[in-house]
Design a binder for this molecule. Structure first.
Ligand code: ZN
Length: 137
């Protein structure tokens, strides 16, 4: 548990200062930088975005690849998907992930963690303390 906490602290310390301080504004992530090369799509700022979301890359990758109905993997700071995709497609899927797994449905702030208890997953809000049951990714 201590290790997990210190990992979280490290992840948080990489988040730009004002990322969570835009009160009244919908949580925004940077534009998706996606480059198609051959038959693959390279999401070039994947690492930057997951550190802002404060979520494990593997979990975000699994969700996005699943929604795009393709396979993906992480190489360096890129996420790479089989197939040709437009940045807008990835952006839409990422927004659905954020709505389901990052934004607190009670206070609509993004300062949340995921917690697992047995087989159940919860979104735990650091701002208002709400615990919301979510489906596993
Ligand atoms: Zn909340």
């Amino acid at each position: 548990m201590d290790d997990y906490e210190s990992l979280l602290d490290r992840a948080r310390s990489q988040v730009p200062e004002d990322a969570f301080k835009r009160s009244g504004e919908r949580f925004k992530v940077p534009d998706i930088q996606l480059m198609v090369q051959g038959n693959r799509s390279f999401w070039q700022n994947f690492q930057e975005i997951i550190s802002i979301l404060n979520r494990p890359g593997k979990e975000v990758l699994k969700y996005v690849a699943g929604q795009l109905a393709t396979a993906g993997n992480i190489e360096g700071s890129n996420a790479i998907f089989n197939g040709k995709f437009a940045p807008e497609q990835v952006h839409d899927v990422l927004n659905r992930y954020i709505d389901s797994y990052v934004i607190c449905p009670v206070c609509t702030r993004p300062d949340t963690n995921m917690a697992k208890e047995g087989t159940a997953y919860y979104l735990v809000c650091q701002a208002c303390g709400a615990r919301t049951s979510v489906r596993p990714v």
